[in-house]
Design a protein around this ligand. Structure first.
Ligand code: FAD
Length: 300
């Protein structure tokens, strides 16, 4: 079946399907088909191919908030890294979905636009940040979103005005709606003259991440959402779970809500087993149900 489908689609350029090296925690199997479009038309053609062949589609940003199954991802996986064009329109910064958020903030400051500095050092792409309404230090991606161009299952390009009431903590209208592919978004930013101050502020937030060990081991960031009025990390820490390991997966000794691939040997199944262990322990000891912030991609 796979080679048959491949023959039917000479227009589409397939990439090497290994996802482990793309994932920020360095775990996970292969995609059945992987594409890395560089233009809107390539993206549209890849989605049309999947639609015609009835293949499920999975969008991949930087995989910094997703756990890819060791059994891989069936159907078409679209890695957005090369959809990374940006331009300025007045005080709007428009970007394709695969741009790194950290580079986007640099580009904004270089062009005299501020507002996103508190997200400095956030790993991941624009598409992933919009999908999960990523945030830090009280600032959410949606706070500056103006519009989002997305493709529906039929390949129609639709512009959605970003209304703040449709976004909340780690939630957007795209969450769980896998048929909506974020293509390009516009951020409404503030003109600034003191770009030096914005640069220093942004780098300070990034340095804080480095200083607290966020980048020292492969990970996918916070595993769990914070329960209402609580911190998931503090709850896990209070149960002395930091440093607990299953195989190569370990609850970070520095940050209780992070699971790290401590020596490069972890599998996604080990990470998942550790997640289940934390959930069961927190439920048993505190009566709290922790809910994952990360996405599970592929066959679980
Ligand atoms: C060290 C570290 C620190 C972190 N700190 C933070 C933090 O402070 N705050 C925070 O919120 N998060 C944080 N994260 C998590 C993560 O970086 C963010 O959630 C990030 O925005 C995810 O982007 P991504 O491109 O990696 O998304 P991915 O993991 O690739 O994808 C996430 C979800 O978005 C979907 N998706 C991706 N692109 C598209 C698209 N174009 N169209 C439709 N769907 C799409 C995917 O299918 C998946 O369901 C951290 C992670 C790490 C490793």
């Amino acid at each position: 079946m796979a080679s048959n489908v491949r023959n039917q689609s000479e227009k589409i350029k397939f990439a090497e399907p290994q996802l482990g090296p793309l994932s920020q925690i360095h775990t996970g199997g292969d995609a059945e088909f992987l594409v890395r479009p560089t233009t809107f038309y390539q993206l549209q053609a890849a989605l049309a191919f999947a639609n015609a062949e009835h293949l499920p589609v999975t969008m991949l940003g930087a995989l910094s908030n997703s756990l890819v199954s060791d059994r891989g991802i069936p159907g078409l996986a679209v890695h957005t890294a090369l959809l990374n064009r940006m331009y300025i329109q007045g005080s709007l910064l428009v970007s394709q979905c695969g741009t790194s958020m950290d580079l986007l903030i640099d580009y904004a400051i270089e062009n005299g636009l501020g507002g996103l500095e508190r997200l400095g050092g956030l790993p991941g792409t624009v598409g992933g940040a919009v999908y999960g309404n990523s945030g830090s230090h009280g600032l959410y991606t949606a706070d500056h979103l103006y519009w989002i161009d997305y493709l529906d299952r039929e390949g129609n390009l639709i512009r959605m005005r970003a209304h703040s009431e449709e976004f909340s903590y780690r939630h957007s209208p795209f969450w769980g709606n896998e048929g909506m592919t974020i293509y390009e978004v516009a951020f409404q930013l503030e003109p600034i003259i003191r770009t030096n101050e914005a640069r220093v502020e942004k780098e300070r937030y990034k340095a804080q991440r480095r200083a607290t060990g966020q980048y020292s081991h492969p990970s996918i960031g916070c595993i769990f959402r914070n329960p209402e009025g609580e911190s998931a990390g503090r709850i896990i820490d209070s149960l002395s779970l930091k440093g607990t390991s299953i195989g190569g997966a370990m609850i970070s000794p520095e940050h209780a809500n992070f699971i790290i691939n401590r020596d490069g040997t972890a599998t996604s199944d080990e990470v998942k087993a550790l997640i289940d262990l934390v959930k069961a322990t927190v439920w048993k000891e505190r009566g709290i149900t922790l809910v994952e912030e990360i996405r599970y991609l592929g066959s679980w």
